[in-house]
Design a protein around this ligand. Sequence first.
Ligand SMILES: [Zn+2]
Length: 170
Amino acid sequence: MGKDHILNFRGLSIGKHSYRFPLDDDFFLSKGYEGVLGGDVSVDLILNKQEQLLDLHFSVSGILRVHCDVCLEEMEYPISGEHTLVLKFSSNPRVDEDIIYLGFNEYQIDLESHLYDFCMIHLPMRKVCADSNVRSSCDRDTLKKLAELQGVGATNHPISTINDLINDPQ
Ligand SMILES: [Zn+2]
């Protein structure tokens, strides 16, 4: 990892510069967040260099592979959004909300954790097939099986009951 997501801004001319960061399965898996099985996301960055600061505008677009919270099938959850960061220089390097203060001698920044956060922020607490790229709703057969496991005939089971079942098969 690492190197791929380092933005080197030494010697850049004033004005706009564009970059692209493709994020793949390896990227998401390396972060070890168990809710995410992989992903295919492209992050386009427009860097606008000004006299005293660097204005970073990110456009995120792609999919994250996750489990549906209802039927547990793997699905592709589409994400897209815009994010900004501002890089300034200071004798007191720090992070203040979306403003990152770098030391005066700094000429690069590792964007890896930022890129990851920009993707994760679009993932809702509850992920269901209806929101995915793959299916318009949960797979009926899968729901049926889960309902049978649970000993009820209907597919309108409360999600918490299924999750309890999965977490504790006893
Ligand atoms: Zn589902």
